[in-house]
Design a protein around this ligand. Sequence first.
Ligand SMILES: NC(=O)C1=CN([C@@H]2O[C@H](COP(=O)(O)OP(=O)(O)OC[C@H]3O[C@@H](n4cnc5c(N)ncnc54)[C@H](O)[C@@H]3O)[C@@H](O)[C@H]2O)C=CC1
Ligand SMILES: O=C(O)CCC(=O)C(=O)O
Length: 427
Amino acid sequence: MSSLFADASQRLQQALKHTTLSEDAIESLKYPKASLSVSIPVRMDNGSLRVFQGHRVRYDDSRGAGKGGVRYHPNVTLDEVQSLAFWMTFKCAVLNLPFGGAKGGIAVNPKEMSRLELERLSRGYIDAIADFIGPDVDILAPDVYTNAMVMGWMMDQYSIIRRQNVPGVVTGKPITMGGSLGRDAATALGAWFTIEAMLPKFDMRPTETTVAVQGFGNAGATIAELAYRAGCKVVAVSDSKGAIYSKDGLDIPSIRQHKNSTREIQAVYCQGSVCNIAEHERITNEELLELEVDILLPAALENQITEVNAHNIKAKLIFELANGPINSAADAILEQKGIYVFPDILVNAGGVTVSYFEWVQNRNGLYWTLGEVNQSLQQKMVAEAQQIWEIAKELSISIRTAAYVHALRRLGEAIDAKGTRHYYTSD
Ligand SMILES: NC(=O)C1=CN([C@@H]2O[C@H](COP(=O)(O)OP(=O)(O)OC[C@H]3O[C@@H](n4cnc5c(N)ncnc54)[C@H](O)[C@@H]3O)[C@@H](O)[C@H]2O)C=CC1
Ligand SMILES: O=C(O)CCC(=O)C(=O)O
């Protein structure tokens, strides 16, 4: 099995066939700019010392400082973090944000740690990478199993090290620490704006669509609720433990309420604080992906749809809220089956877009209303989605390849504008 990064690079190779990028730009984009792997010692609550492995990769900074989240998950590896940083590079270019791409991660199961242990780990990570990051160098944000609380600890630790308040080094912070209104829902809301803008192209309406969502965290639970509130029939949702399915549709706000209080996914209908279990089937995450639905929304982890199960996918449209949920071999199979895939580097870019708004607000010291944030997000998402749709039509290529072409045009310009600074000769 090839590495995640080798597979991610396939998308670049595919898109390069449809661009006229300079040799310099092509060569520059093949490699990460810088990677740092660190050991983080953490004093556990029982007095023992455990050492965790962490990484931060800055893939490319030709359009600005590195930008990207930090993941806490037992399966985090340098290969995964590098792939995620690669995707961030293209995502920031797709949305025309003045950022390059970066990502971080720690190999840890946060569900097995106390809050104090998590705080020590998060502060330890910043101690270890402080010289690698900064508000003009590389800016952190939340990703899988990290949240505003973790971002707050990280920003505070960086500020302690620098002996000044540095809100711009981390986005997705608590509002009281300079976080932006709307960042919590931004990934899903950006995805929803994209879905809403693209459905008419398939003569589809939310009220006539069935939806399945894999993952019920920040991205998954929020998109499930947005789809539900827009009138979609959300027939299945899942978390790491499995999925629930009801052909008549699930009551997503009740399921969210129940999940928040019990950590369990149950098909419930709540009235006030009383929740009753409704009729539903328990299915696996694999079965959820293969349901006959109009829209499939993978919102968990990478490599969920591969050459192994792509033949069984029955959705008409897939919008990738997760990063890398479909591998490159599956892309070809889905395309043959006539399934349209809207890629991660567009669909889930709402998160980093509002992170950019947060960073701008931190620099200006002037804070936006939720309406201003969401309106600006909608404008950006819809405009870039339309451009990508046009490129796909014009070049007769997939929407994923069109998104890469769109990003590559911007990246190529930035790399070339910097001239030949890397290639000094003696004459
Ligand atoms: N949080 C953000 O702002 C952004 C997140 N993303 C991507 O969205 C995806 C989800 O991230 P978040 O929602 O932030 O994470 P989260 O930590 O809030 O939620 C993750 C969810 O995935 C579920 N999950 C974990 N392993 C699973 C498995 N094997 N099968 C099914 N579900 C599983 C968890 O139970 C949880 O419900 C990731 O790929 C992330 O990189 C992308 C852009 C921004
Ligand atoms: O908000 C950000 O800066 C990045 C979020 C992220 O990690 C992602 O888009 O995958």
